[in-house]
Design a protein around this ligand. Structure first.
Ligand code: ZN
Length: 366
């Protein structure tokens, strides 16, 4: 038998990458990730196939990751830290998608837990905790700074309104106030225009604040991520090794938190039609056990108010299981850590984030 050189097929087909000129075998360039190309990929069919593929796979991936993150705390984080990343949405994608959905749901449902009212900055100071009594001057400084920014903003607005009035003063030195259609009108004497301007400002400032505060309240939540990561890193730096790994865990925790909050908002919303407070009913058994006549002093001491306790019920189990799965921490130590983390997290949301949101809102008002 005779062999020609052309009969001998190479055991594997070698391609030259169109992007980086690297030579490789298989379907994907192992240097830059470019796929092998053939002209079929230019057909209309292929184009639409890609569109469907993108949404289908991407959505599947994100939904799967959200579900796993919700029901198997710490699992996605562990996979991610161990380098198994292809089957799941990455933390940044995940956070962006979930916070966008959170924004839409919370706006639609109209829940306000993350949207402070003006005045909320007077509550939840650091000095409210026994260990931080000494921080009282700091708390007062923050409250005063926000209050005076609010007053300053008011003065500026009043000044603007006053200027507008002055430019409209009539010959008899009074100010004619007319409605939009000019059918109703009233004269305000020049001496009283400052009172009028003040009242106008009060209403306008309030409206302006409330039209912006919701947006900041729902978007600035990401500011907590590096802080939570820092606290997690403090506890587990030996096992996490990198602060970046702590960031992944804190992002996954926040994604869970936003998911839970959305779910809770929707559950609370649904019964409006049957006129029943379902969210309240869900809490009843817990309150019955933890906040009855006997247990409530203890619970008040450990968890704080019923409102704070409600947060512990969904944060602590997630943290406990995630910490167990990731670090295999002994249960008693884990209990203390997940309790402490929930406590800190609660303070960060109600004591720190709300103040930042209020301050940023005032600062951005114009
Ligand atoms: Zn390449």
């Amino acid at each position: 038998m005779e062999f020609k050189v052309s009969d001998v097929k190479p055991p594997v087909q070698i391609h030259t990458c169109r992007n980086c000129k690297h030579r490789f075998s298989g379907k994907i360039c192992n240097q830059c990730g470019e796929k092998i190309f053939n002209e079929d990929q230019l057909t209309t069919k292929h184009f639409f196939h890609q569109v469907i593929d993108f949404f289908w796979h991407w959505e599947n991936k994100v939904l799967k990751t959200i579900k796993l993150n919700f029901f198997k705390p710490g699992f996605i984080t562990k996979e991610n830290i161990n380098g198994i990343r292809i089957p799941y949405a990455n933390p940044v994608q995940l956070y962006l998608v979930v916070s966008l959905v959170f924004y839409l749901v919370v706006t639609k449902v109209g829940v306000s837990d993350y949207t402070p009212s003006f005045g909320d900055h007077h509550y939840y100071g650091l000095s409210g905790y026994v260990a931080f009594k000494w921080a009282r001057p700091l708390d007062e400084k923050v409250v005063n700074a926000i209050d005076s920014a609010w007053t300053r903003k008011g003065r500026v607005m009043q000044h603007e309104i006053q200027n507008e009035i002055n430019s409209n003063l009539e010959a008899d030195s009074s100010f004619k106030l007319t409605g939009r259609d000019n059918t109703d009108s009233v004269y305000i004497p020049a001496g009283k225009t400052n009172v009028y301007a003040f009242k106008q400002m009060m209403g306008a400032r309030w409206t302006l604040f409330h039209s912006t505060v919701g947006t900041y309240g729902k978007t600035l939540i990401f500011l907590l991520l590096p802080v939570i990561a820092a606290i997690l890193f403090l506890f587990f730096f030996k096992k996490l090794k990198y602060y970046g790994a702590a960031l992944i865990l804190s992002t996954h925790f926040m994604v869970y938190n936003l998911c839970f909050f959305m779910l809770h908002a929707l559950i609370n919303q649904a019964p409006r039609y049957i006129n029943e407070n379902l969210g309240g009913w869900m809490m009843k058994p817990f309150f019955y056990v933890f906040y009855n006549n006997v247990t409530s002093p203890v619970s008040n001491f450990i968890f704080g108010s019923k409102f704070e306790f409600m947060h512990f019920i969904f944060w602590m189990p997630w943290l406990f299981i995630a910490i167990k799965r990731l670090f295999n921490t002994p249960w008693w130590k884990n209990l203390v850590i997940s309790f402490f983390l929930s406590k800190v997290f609660y303070f960060l949301i109600y004591g720190v984030l709300k103040k930042i949101v209020i301050a940023v809102t005032i600062w951005s008002m114009h």
